[in-house]
Design a protein around this ligand. Structure first.
Ligand code: ATP
Length: 386
């Protein structure tokens, strides 16, 4: 097993903007770390640098404390699991799993190969499918065969490059759980690349968020959700996404397009001296005021807002509030969308409502906001002030 250290890693293709820009990260032995970010943020390049498929422009890569920048991929003892499984269609499951061992001619005799393959097949619940060809397997089973290959190699670490992105949503959920359980069971250091924030949040011990080659924040899923360091991380993590509302702050009251919100003094103090702030509110910080227990009401702000429409999802509902942005607010939202790599940010607020809520579209509604949880961002730097 292995610890992996990235020390100021840079990757430049030609003269352009670096694809990976001064990334430093310590991955502990046995840790499951996720590299996440939108398309083009450099996460695959970073993974390929670790495994040795991409040269390192500058910086150091260490495995178990040893500098491996110039080591060939086969000498790094890392196993890569690809998106397209890279299975051989003419070989059985058994032979596909055994393949990396056969490449190492002389190192393993037939009996050792049989033991490693059958042990991996047991771990992966593939024992009944060892004679099948990949064409006769489901997507999930193929994925497990690809994992089996990584397991038999007894690699120091597993590197996953978006392994689930070819699967349908239901299977993706199942496989996500399987990968998580297997990693915990094997305890093998794993680096997993995805653009899917749900995978990032559910799989990793820690998540590293990348934007344009630059590491934004490395933290546990909970910390990323509760204490995003900047607007980008705040908008990327969470579904539905965090709402961002430009506001002015006057005597502890945020004046926003959807109403005035009184926030706790400690929070207001952190934004002292700012004329305009961006308020970050997750949809789930709102509730239908009529359903909030009396003792909770005092911890938040109650206000009236026009609900445009609602969506009922069975276990909860989403309510939408549209507002007319002033030209200044419109400009702020456009700048924000650019910063977040989003096509546009609509002048709307999404609120999560209890399934029992009777709030409906086309009417004003009394909403309650847990103001202890709101974030205030600096609109210039994007930094989370709270
Ligand atoms: P995706 O999820 O779309 O694969 P990513 O976050 O994995 O995105 P990379 O594939 O690592 O991003 O690419 C990072 C940047 O480097 C992109 O701007 C990409 O165009 C550029 N890039 C990647 N590979 C090459 C290459 N071989 N030559 C030139 N530029 C490249």
């Amino acid at each position: 097993m292995a610890s992996i250290t990235l020390n100021h890693l840079v990757k430049k293709y030609g003269d352009g903007f670096p694809a990976v820009n001064d990334v430093s990260l310590d991955i502990a032995d046995g840790e499951f770390i996720i590299l996440v970010g939108p398309s083009g943020c450099g996460k695959s390049t970073l993974l390929r640098m670790i495994v040795g498929l991409e040269d390192i422009t500058s910086g150091d890569l260490l495995i178990n404390g040893e500098r491996v920048n110039d080591k060939a991929p086969r000498d790094r003892n890392l196993a890569m699991v690809f998106q397209n499984y890279a299975l051989y269609p003419h070989l059985t499951v058994y032979e596909n799993i055994a393949f990396p061992l056969r490449l190492n001619k002389g190192k393993y005799n037939d009996e050792q190969v049989r033991k490693l393959v059958t042990d991996a097949a047991t771990t992966l619940e593939l024992t009944d499918h060892l004679d099948r060809k990949p064409a006769n397997l489901s997507g999930g089973q193929r994925q497990r065969v690809a994992m089996g290959r990584a397991i038999v190699r007894q690699a120091d670490a597993f590197l996953f490059d978006e392994p689930l992105s070819n699967l349908d949503a239901k299977l993706r959920g199942q496989m996500r759980a399987e990968i998580a359980q297997m990693q915990r069971r094997l305890g093998t250091t794993s680096v997993y690349v995805t653009h899917d924030q749900t995978e990032a949040m559910t799989l990793g011990d820690r998540v590293a968020v990348l934007k344009k080659g630059i590491l934004q924040q490395v933290a546990s899923p909970r910390e990323l959700y509760e204490q995003p360091i900047n607007l980008f991380v705040a908008g990327f993590i969470g579904s539905p996404s965090m709402n961002f509302l430009p506001a002015t702050l006057e005597n502890g009251v945020l004046k926003t397009a959807v109403g005035d919100l009184r926030i706790p003094e400690e929070k207001a103090a952190k934004a002292a001296g700012k004329q305009v702030v961006l308020v970050g509110i997750r949809p789930e910080f709102f509730e239908d005021a009529s359903l909030v227990e009396e003792h909770k009401l005092q911890h938040g702000s109650t206000f009236t807002a026009p609900i445009t429409h609602t969506e009922w999802l069975g276990n909860e509902q989403y309510g939408y509030i549209h507002f007319d942005p002033t030209p200044e607010v419109r400009e702020l939202l456009n700048n924000l969308a650019r910063d977040m790599d989003a096509d546009e940010l609509r002048p709307q607020v999404v609120v999560t409502l209890d399934a029992a809520s009777r709030i409906r579209g086309g009417r004003d509604a009394e909403l309650w906001l847990d103001t202890r949880k709101v974030h205030l961002f600096d609109p210039e730097t994007g930094e989370n002030l709270t």
